[in-house]
Structures are given as C-alpha cells and as structure tokens.
Write a protein that binds this ligand. Structure first.
Ligand code: SAM
Length: 230
C-alpha cells in the first residue's frame, strides 16, 4: 500500500513511459509505477548506502529487476542524458530538490516532465523551474497523517514568467485553494506570528529588523491570497 503522497506523485508520471525516481529510498514509487503499468522501465537513484540496499532488496523481492535499475549516486548523475522522459524527486526539502536539479542540469535535455514533491519550501523549486524554462502544468496539495504535502508537475519549455506570489504559493494551488491549502497557510501564518512576537521581544538589531520586515510581508501575502478566494 503506497502512501497517498506517493500515489499522488505517481499519478503525474504519465504520459512518460520511462521514469527515474531520484532519492528513491525503498524504491516503493518505481515498483508501484511499473506494477501498475504506468511506465515500462524505471531507474531508482540513491546516494546513501542503506537506502540504496533497501531499494535493491525491494526490487528483487517484487521480481522487478528486469524493469527497474537501482543505481547508487548523487542526484541526476545516475542518469544518462536522454534516458528517461520523466524524473521524480520526492520527500525532500524544496532547496535540496532545487539543488539536485541545478547540479544535474546537463542531464535534463530529453526529460519532458519533472514531478517534484517538496516537504517544505516549495517556492525554492518553483523559482528554479521559472528561471530554467520549465512550465508548471499541474499542482496538488494534500494532507496525510497531519502533514501537508505539495506535488508540482512541470513540462520542459516555458513562455510565461511566474509572479513572486505564484512562486510562493503555487500558481495552480493558489487559484484552487482546497482545504489542505488553507490548512498549510493558516499554520504558516500562525508560525510567522509566533516568530514575529519573539523578534519583537528580542533586542533590536539590523538583522532582526530585516527578518521582521520579510515576515510582515509574507504575513500580508498570506492574508491577501486567502482573502482573494474566488
Ligand atoms: N523519495 C522517497 C519518498 O518520497 O518517500 C524517499 C524520501 S527520503 C526522506 C529522501 C531520500 O533521498 C533519502 O533516502 C536520501 O538518502 C536520498 N537523497 C538525499 N539527497 C540525495 C541525492 N543528492 N541524490 C540521491 N538521493 C538523495
């Protein structure tokens, strides 16, 4: 049984028939994608020995060694250029996912679709996509076990730039504003208020003032976007 989160990631893979899951850990996602016949072939990439071994074990256990290649290495370095149509990177922070894409840029020609699932700071990914000619086509946000997850699907090529708010909230998510979106941003708002009250109580200095200013702006953005609701 795959988590709701990884099922959502899997639902974005097609129409690709070849797929790589980077930071695959137990390789549940490529195993599921192949078993459900979403793709014909997959690569599972893992940089850490323990998770790499557990990916290998899982693929063997499920009898999928013919279709899934488990490779050890960092980020997109495990791929040959043009080898897969879709790359997924899930379950990490947005800045780490963005740095994996940036470091592996030369492997991206030929990749038609990216499916990215940041646990935090999705704006780091949207900013990277926007600056590197990728178009966000679909986004989802869902709650599972009290945590809220975003999934971003992007296609190669772009004709339009995102606004700062679209990068922060997600162009698709901010239009739709489902329950998980409201939960995430209400939580974020509470967190910002807490940090602001701590900063106000702390000694004044330049860096505190700068931080306060940034947080006040984010607080206002969240209020604006939540009030904008259709
Ligand atoms: N993708 C799975 C999921 O969403 O459930 C596993 C997520 S797990 C929290 C993150 C995995 O990414 C870990 O197994 C970690 O070793 C791996 N990882 C972190 N940085 C990586 C990198 N640069 N290249 C490949 N794997 C990486």
């Amino acid at each position: 049984q795959l988590s709701k989160r990884l099922e959502m990631v899997a639902s974005f893979i097609q129409p690709a028939r070849t797929f790589a899951d980077i930071g695959s850990d137990h390789a549940y996602l490529p195993c599921y994608a192949v078993k459900k016949k979403l793709v014909d072939r997959a690569v599972a990439g893992e940089v850490v020995e323990g998770p790499f071994q557990s990916a290998r074990r899982q693929v063997l256990l499920e009898g999928l060694s013919g279709q899934i290649d488990v490779r050890k290495g960092s980020g997109l370095a495990v791929l040959k250029t043009g080898e897969v149509e879709c790359v997924a990177i899930a379950g990490m922070g947005g800045p780490l996912i963005a740095s994996i894409l940036e470091d592996g840029k030369e492997k991206l020609p030929g990749v038609k679709k990216l499916v990215l699932q940041p646990n935090i700071a999705g704006h780091a990914i949207r900013g990277w996509l926007d600056a590197n000619n990728w178009t966000i086509e679909q986004e989802e946000i869902l709650e599972e076990d009290g945590k809220v997850y975003e999934v971003i699907s992007a296609a190669a090529g772009s004709s339009q730039r995102l606004s700062e708010k679209e990068i922060y909230f997600g162009p698709v998510l901010m239009k739709r504003q489902n329950e998980a979106f409201k939960l995430k941003w209400n939580r974020e708002l509470e967190q910002i208020k807490l940090v602001l009250s701590r900063l106000s109580a702390a000694q004044n200095n330049e860096s505190n003032e700068k931080k306060k200013h940034e947080l006040e702006q984010k607080k206002q953005w969240i209020k604006d976007v939540m009030n904008d609701e259709n």
